[in-house]
Design a protein around this ligand. Structure first.
Ligand code: 5GP
Length: 178
């Protein structure tokens, strides 16, 4: 793997596909254990989490449901903080064991603002699973129950994550070169 240019920025290889898939497999095994007999509902946050959700759901062998919602648009290399609900939740989550699937927690603002909306509907439990977590960037309190990979506070792309629309189809994760 070598450096790539997306729009005006250079990115360098950061996390190999094998490593990502291995971490997702481990998370799937953990969820199979923790949610056995609970028929969890996974709520994946679009757009960024589609690849993570897809690979994770293939590792889930217990009875489980998945749905996709859209909350935020992210422009450029900094979190906009604007939360937009474009695709609604069409499943009643009352009394359900819910696991939110998010691509990355950066400042934590997106999920911090969205969580109360789900809590209001009184799920039996509500947990968060993320592919990537940037603890140094987090500004809003958030209980993150499952983390695949902890990373430094640098912009990344690939494996579902974009830079201004591009890069989501890259199999590995790249980090901005600065
Ligand atoms: P937060 O609300 O935690 O600051 O940001 C959440 C959203 O911002 C993520 O779902 C993701 O869409 C976007 N985001 C945050 N950090 C990055 C990053 O390093 N790369 C990309 N491509 N998106 C990011």
């Amino acid at each position: 793997m070598s450096a790539i240019t997306v729009h005006d920025k250079q990115f360098v290889p950061f996390i190999a596909e094998d490593t990502i898939l291995h971490k997702i497999k481990e998370l799937g095994a953990e969820l199979n254990k923790d949610y056995e007999g609970k028929k969890p509902l996974f709520i994946a946050i679009l757009n960024g989490s589609f690849m993570f959700a897809s690979d994770l759901f293939k590792e889930v062998t217990i009875d489980a449901e998945i749905c996709f919602i859209k909350l935020a648009s992210y422009k450029g290399t900094h979190s906009t903080g604007h939360v937009i609900t474009a695709i609604g939740l069409d499943i009643d989550i009352t009394g359900r064991h819910v696991v939110i699937l998010e691509d990355i927690v950066d400042t934590g603002k997106t999920l911090h603002s969205f969580l109360p909306q789900l809590q209001n509907q009184q799920p039996a439990s509500l947990k968060i699973a993320v592919l990537l977590h940037k603890p140094e960037a987090q500004q809003f309190p958030l209980p993150i129950d499952y983390v695949c990979i902890t990373i430094a506070n640098k912009f990344v792309l690939g494996f579902g994550l974009d830079y201004d629309g591009l890069g989501r189809n890259i199999r590995e994760i790249y980090q901005i070169s600065e």
